[in-house]
Design a protein around this ligand. Structure first.
Ligand code: FO1
Length: 319
């Protein structure tokens, strides 16, 4: 069975652990968000791709959800001693090796898709990890500046340095309009038996993937059922800043509104948490098959249950 999963960072990775556990024999292709990527200290950093690779490859710092297990920060201390900025983005020594290898290969002319394949050869994540695009796309957040001015800053600065405190007035995936789908992405969507949208951030993780011209169209056209899982439970995100990013684009942080934001032309099925059972009729009225199940990814086995429920809903939709 060929399953394509659009994924961001921590939420997407945890879902993938459960999916791989639920259907170990499935061939899983992950289309990973690259709009969180940033260049620091001359190195290209791909947080969502690395989080997926480390989580499924067994190298993730589980408590943190990102970065490497057993990390040390000698280089970070040295950077600070030299007073080089930024000091707000915590890069560990082991993680930096990934960024050095990636930057070296990009500098040699390899596209990000081939770089990712090379890095995954070591980590063996058990899924095929495809960047959403080989082109540069970076999410910028527009916030208020002094007076009635506005300024844009990189998503990572807004999220990590400013803890997503300043109200996001707009969210702009810079470069998305000129980006092309990454190598293998459209083919994977076309050949899929099932497409899943895990509970990643609908705006800055899934939304940015859908912003790459051609990808959303492929998801509308694919014969495969497209089934999503709500990242919002009881009107709040399980983790991260989904509510703040949804507010920035004028979408209420509710389980049904996220489904409508993805669109009934794209979504065939939608899973909401039992606490959001009241939203099922709204989603169904939009023409999207909807079921309520427990959606908290508290363990690999509970996540596996969610994944199996998504497969079950997909089978229902197909009938
Ligand atoms: N998140 C933080 O909150 N603080 C950090 O210092 C930080 C560093 C970092 C380094 C590498 C990496 O791959 C991820 C890192 N993250 C950090 C998480 C990152 O901001 C998020 O995982 C994604 O960009 C959002 O999904």
């Amino acid at each position: 069975m060929r399953i394509v999963v659009l994924a961001g960072g921590v939420g997407g990775s945890r879902f993938l652990l459960g999916l791989r556990h639920a259907v170990p024999q499935a061939e899983i292709t992950v289309v990973g968000n690259t709009a969180d990527d940033i260049t620091l200290f001359g190195l290209r950093i791909c947080p969502d791709l690395d989080t997926i690779m480390y989580t499924l490859g067994g190298g993730i710092d589980e408590q943190q959800g990102w970065g490497r297990a057993g990390e040390t920060f000698t280089l970070r201390e040295e950077f600070a001693a030299y007073g080089v900025e930024p000091q707000w983005f915590s890069l560990g020594d082991r993680d930096l090796a990934t960024h050095v290898v990636r930057t070296q290969m990009l500098g040699a002319g390899f596209p990000l898709s081939q770089v990712t394949e090379a890095l995954c050869a070591r980590w063996q994540p058990g899924v095929r990890l495809l960047p959403m695009t080989d082109d540069r796309v970076e999410t910028h957040i527009v916030i208020a500046s002094d007076g009635d001015q506005r300024r844009a800053l990189h998503f990572q600065e807004w999220w990590v340095r400013l803890h997503a405190e300043p109200e996001a007035l707009d969210i702009v995936p810079v470069g998305a309009d000129e980006a092309k789908p990454g190598a293998g992405v459209l083919e994977a969507i076309d050949a899929a038996d099932l497409v899943l949208l895990p509970p990643s951030n609908p705006v800055v993780s899934i939304g940015t993937i859908l912003a790459v011209p051609g990808i959303r169209e492929a998801l509308v056209e694919t014969m495969a059922p497209v089934v999503g899982l709500s990242p919002i439970i009881g009107g709040a995100p399980v983790r991260g800043m989904a509510d703040k990013t949804l507010a920035a684009i004028g979408v209420p942080a509710t389980a049904d509104e996220v489904a409508l934001y993805y669109g009934a032309d794209l979504l065939d099925g939608w899973l909401v948490d039992t606490r959001d059972a009241a939203s099922v009729p709204t989603v169904e009225a939009a023409g999207i098959r909807c079921r309520e199940i427990p959606l908290l990814m508290t363990s690999v086995s509970s996540t596996a249950e969610m994944a199996l429920a998504a497969l079950g809903l997909a089978a229902e939709v197909e009938r």
